[in-house]
Design a protein around this ligand. Structure first.
Ligand SMILES: Nc1ncnc2c1ncn2[C@@H]1O[C@H](COP(=O)(O)OP(=O)(O)OP(=O)(O)O)[C@@H](O)[C@H]1O
Ligand SMILES: Cc1ncc(C[n+]2csc(CCOP(=O)(O)O)c2C)c(N)n1
Ligand SMILES: [Mg+2]
Length: 345
């Protein structure tokens, strides 16, 4: 028998970790959360829709991981520590083995971050996963998008562009990579992103503004710049020769490599700003968090923002190591992922 409540009980009952700020978990009309004294409750929602965020034949364990990871990534971008999450799930059919794998992937990542599943909703419908995360952060140390200042450095964690290369192969836009280890890497980067929670926590009190790269580096940095009323120079030489670009991406024709790096999306790395005087503290925080970071540019004066999201003004200037305008090759994409860009009203 597979009624709605059996299904929830079998797959989603989750023991609440004791130290987590969860007063009451799964099973009542609401969960009760209590951030530590002096902490603000941080919350964010992101959903994954079959055919749009993932292909329907994706490994369900990886899908469970990614649905939570992209949400934890938002907590990381705020400098918040994860406490709990809820899961709203629409399922076209009940496939016990598929659901067990989904739960395994999601709950393994939850346990790794001490983040309890405290509630949700399950319905029949087109395959959709919507996660809401809750975390805690000292409000004065949260990395607001509006906090970038002229004179700040721009940094990025990990590598950008490799997830988009993985997607290009999956979508048949290009053949699989000749090197099996590179192919496995780009696929894993697409399907099992690493939320940079440890880095976010280590950067508290050091970074000014931050955002996680979901739509593309230039587009997401653009949200920070618009919210802060500033502009930025991105040093393409520092990006391409540094450790922020994986060799599999560097090996692509230049326009394709730049498109992946600057507009790829699905990276779930942190782009953050911090004062130039604090470079050594950023490096120490990154080392403590065991997360590589690369300095890729600087914040410059820019137009005053009219809206923090859809401001429409060009704010990112691409330059070379000498600060000269970078000659972007024809065919390079810079715009980020936009769900409605190709839909007519
Ligand atoms: N339906 C909605 N109702 C209210 N606020 C929304 C809604 N959709 C998005 N927002 C808010 O708009 C802002 C931008 O949303 P967006 O989803 O682009 O950011 P994000 O979650 O950081 O990025 P991504 O979804 O690409 O990971 C966020 O503050 C988000 O909470
Ligand atoms: C099958 C398939 N097609 C396209 C993509 C790429 N993609 C989809 S949504 C998104 C931005 C983040 O989503 P959101 O802004 O909704 O949080 C990106 C980069 C994918 N991952 N899988
Ligand atoms: Mg979102």
């Amino acid at each position: 028998m597979s009624g709605e409540f059996d299904l929830i009980a079998r797959h989603w009952w989750h023991t609440v970790p004791s130290s987590s700020g969860v007063v009451l978990g799964n099973g009542d009309d609401c969960a009760l959360l209590a951030p530590a004294p002096g902490m603000a409750l941080a919350t964010s929602t992101d959903m994954l829709v079959a055919g749009r965020h993932f292909l329907p034949d994706v490994d369900p364990e990886a899908l469970g991981h990614k649905a939570l990871a992209v949400n934890l990534s938002d907590l990381a971008a705020m400098g918040a520590r994860p406490l709990a999450f809820t899961l709203a799930l629409a399922l076209p059919r009940v496939d016990e083995a598929w659901l067990a794998a989904l739960a395994r992937g999601m709950l393994a990542l939850a346990d790794a971050h001490g983040c309890a599943l405290v509630g949700g909703d399950t319905t029949a419908g087109p395959l959709t996963l919507s996660v809401t995360v809750y975390g805690e952060v000292p409000p004065a140390q949260a990395f607001r998008r509006s906090a970038a200042r002229v004179g700040d450095d721009v940094w990025v964690s990990g590598t950008v562009g490799d997830a988009r290369l993985g997607l290009a192969v999956l979508l048949g836009e290009r053949p699989p990579l000749a090197r099996a280890d590179w192919q496995a890497h780009v696929r894993a980067r697409l399907e099992r992103p690493t939320p940079r929670i440890a880095l976010g926590l280590a950067l508290r009190g050091i970074a000014h503004a931050a955002i996680d790269v979901s739509d593309g580096l230039v587009a997401d940095l653009g949200h920070v710049l618009a919210a802060s009323g500033v502009a930025a120079e991105i040093d393409i030489d520092a990006l391409l020769v540094g450790q922020a670009v994986h060799p599999a991406v560097r090996a692509l024709p230049l326009a394709e490599a730049l498109s992946c790096v600057l507009a790829g999306g699905d990276d779930y790395e942190l782009v953050f700003t911090s004062p130039a005087a604090r470079r050594s503290e950023v490096q120490a925080a990154a080392a403590a968090a065991q997360t590589p970071v690369t300095r890729i540019g600087r914040i410059m004066p820019g137009p005053v923002a009219t809206h923090p999201l859809a401001d429409g003004r060009p704010r990112v200037r691409l330059c070379d190591a000498q600060g000269r305008p970078y000659p972007v090759p024809p065919g390079t994409r810079l715009g980020g992922f936009d769900h409605f860009a190709t839909m007519s009203a």
